[in-house]
Design a protein around this ligand. Structure first.
Ligand SMILES: Cc1ncc(COP(=O)(O)O)c(C=O)c1O
Length: 347
């Protein structure tokens, strides 16, 4: 029985085409700027996002942290939504690596507005930390997307009115682009720098890209060296990244359709509550009353049936569809859940 892994799209395996391209990749020492495959991926990323330059980095976290380090000075304040990845899931790195404070904003749905940012920007006052950066996300970690108008408003306030740079955590920018029915560069247009990952739903084994102006990327390259992120013959990895950007971005709608289908079918089960309008990319969040089964028992019972899921965060399970999850896998998941839950006394 094949296993189904719904924990994240980071579990995706490199495709056959990727493995062949990796084996054949022309490589060089990228710290000397000698790796032609890395250079090709960086040029492709910059062009795709409408930026002047890009830098290949080992992870999304490093891309975000390099952006913070490169845009800010120690003691600056960074404005971000309270649930932003850099706030919740990067282990306090902004303080550790860049010496910055995080000014977190409570947002009803994860969407920062121009008015919220305007209010949070510090005045030029001897008592206040200078606001050095505004950080936005699209898609949001909660599986929804931010309308371009909201992003444009934030960019206008931060950049045009206050000369404060904006960094976009676009780990899943191509999912956001599919959901918003726009090109990724139209989203990236509302930020000075953008990070996106090739290692998630795009199936490359490793890597993210940070894109922005040439001088910004040159400084980020030096900061990447400081963090130990210079990777030598990493064209082997970039070769998969090129296929991720050129090919795998074209099939994400299938994952979104599977997520919507999964959400609809989950609603057939007892004890499931979810908001279909919030299923906008490849993620389904839902609460579940699993009766006499505890959360741990439920997760383990699914695991015994070959279906890997994570536990809840803030009371919600998250199932993620990706290249390794077919429509049949979705059906098997829901049917298996139905069987497990039917033994719990729920109606
Ligand atoms: C929104 C967002 N930003 C950044 C990251 C960090 O990426 P990585 O795991 O490659 O460090 C993730 C990872 O899941 C993410 O979901």
């Amino acid at each position: 029985m094949d296993s189904i892994d719904l924990r994240s799209d980071t579990v995706t395996q490199p495709t056959g085409e990727m493995r062949r391209a990796m084996a054949a990749a022309e490589v060089g020492d990228d710290v000397y700027g000698d790796d032609p495959t890395v250079r090709r991926l960086e040029e492709l990323a910059a062009e795709t996002l409408g930026k002047k330059a890009a830098l290949f980095v080992p992870s999304g976290t490093m891309g975000n942290q390099l952006a913070i380090m490169t845009h800010t000075r120690r003691g600056d304040e960074v404005i971000a939504g309270e649930n932003a990845h850099i706030v919740v899931h990067e282990a306090g790195a902004p303080a550790i690596l860049s010496g910055v404070n995080l000014r977190t904003i409570k947002t009803p749905d994860g969407v920062l507005t121009g008015a919220m940012v305007e209010k949070a920007i510090r005045p030029q006052d001897i008592h206040c930390p200078p606001t050095g950066l505004v950080e936005v996300e699209n898609a949001l970690p909660g599986g929804t997307v931010v309308p371009l108008a909201a992003m444009g408003e934030v960019y206008r306030v931060a950049s045009y009115q206050h000369s404060i740079p904006v960094h976009l955590d676009g780990a899943r920018i191509f999912n956001a682009a599919v959901a918003l029915k726009v090109k990724a560069k139209e989203i990236a247009n509302h930020a000075d720098s953008v990070m996106f990952c090739v290692s998630k739903g795009l199936c490359a084994p490793v890597g993210s890209l940070l894109a922005g102006r040439e001088d910004f990327i040159a400084r980020a390259r030096k900061n990447r060296k400081i963090l130990g992120g210079g990777m030598r013959q990493c064209g082997i990895l970039a070769a998969a990244g090129i296929i991720a950007v050129e090919t795998m971005t074209q099939r994400l709608e299938e994952d979104h359709e599977n997520a919507r289908y999964l959400a609809g079918r989950l609603l057939e089960l007892p004890g499931v509550e979810l908001d279909l309008s919030r299923v906008q990319i490849n993620m389904v969040f839902f609460s579940l009353d699993s009766g006499r089964l505890s959360e741990v028992e439920f997760v383990e019972a699914m695991g015994r049936e070959g279906i890997r899921i994570g536990g809840t965060e803030d009371g919600l399970y998250r199932f993620v569809t990706h290249w390794g999850v077919t429509r049949k896998d979705v059906d098997r998941t829901v049917e298996t859940m139905g069987r497990i839950l039917s033994g719990t006394g729920l109606k």
